[in-house]
Design a protein around this ligand. Sequence first.
Ligand SMILES: [Zn+2]
Length: 429
Amino acid sequence: MTTTDSKTLVLRNGTLIDGSGAPAAPNIAVVVEGNRITSVGELPGGINLEDTAKVEAIDATGQWIMPGLIDGHCHLSFGMPAVQGYASARGTINPGFSALRAARNAQTILRSGVTSISIPGGTWFIEVGLRDAINAGLVQGPRIYTAGRFIVTYGSIGDYEPSWVGTPEHTLGILANNVSDMITEVRRQTKHGVDFIKLADSTWGDTQTFAKEEMAAVVEEAHRRNARISIHSRGAGSTKAAAEAGVDWIMHADLATEGDLYAVAEAGVRIMPTTTFLFEALEVGKELGRSDEELDIIRRNADNAVTVLETARSLGVKVMCGTDTGNSPVMPYGVLHAHEAEIMVKFGRYTPMEAITAYTKDNAYAVGLEGELGVIEPGKLADILILNADPLEDISVLQGGKHLSAVIKDGRAVDLQAELEPKLEVAFH
Ligand SMILES: [Zn+2]
């Protein structure tokens, strides 16, 4: 990190993609004071660029300036990808090790241009702790907005053990098979500081594992305690029910029919298709041990997800972007966070500008900062990227941090030259 926090930061002469959806335009100066953008356009009088004790200027001539990316669906404590010799995912039994691993991966995420992440589920309260440590300045990382363990019923994703074992502390889900237990868990998790509650329906959407009335009861309790609520819902029934029950956003929705999406649109609920994981699993899943049967299911869901993207766009359903990075060995950190944009453009008929707006302004909702973050204009939080290639020309230049020349989070420039130490030879797959 540099010491720009006490200096006025001025980004000069780039082409500005401000995140609002407005056309890209040449820009003279973006000015940042503290962690906020204070001016966009002419350089305000009173700022002397020669006064390097007070002003740090970055020349972005020939480059593109845009808001930091927000990955709306990322996991940090599932133990994936594995560190050789240490237990992962369902077998992770050391919360301390898991927290340190999460902290390391958070740094990798930030350096790839992702300045905020929404985490729909972790183990223990590791992400709550990491969020607080990052906010306290103990560790470098993106802004974190997080749920705790998924609330699950028998048969939901995250309920992996036989019923006589249940859902031990180190697993992703926590069983609550009736409304009373669900409400108790909402109260427990909000007491421990989660930002939102994650409900989880079945893994691939073939069964609906929550009744609409149960979802509605959880929504009411979560909202009463100022927490939002999201649901892993792939299936048709659960997606319609979740929209009608008033969840704040629906993750996946890949088996939704046009009728279901109509109900989603009517309710004004957002969806986050998270197709990156499906596409990636189809790409490399076989070599990483996924069975042909499972890959057939994933292909079915991916095919329908493309239809969902198109239909959502035509119905005016707000689509947010998430990748499910960290959910399994196929989803390494720092690599795939921007892939959803390419999928939206390639398969969902979105323009590159629409995909960028989804990743910035619209995704701010998934981190509880809508209206505060994701747009470069005076008064907004200063999370900014400078790219040496045009993402409107080729949306894939956002991927993997390969075209970044600067990452600014909360008004501070991240030192991209400094290698993370120690260097890691982590097997990503
Ligand atoms: Zn996930």
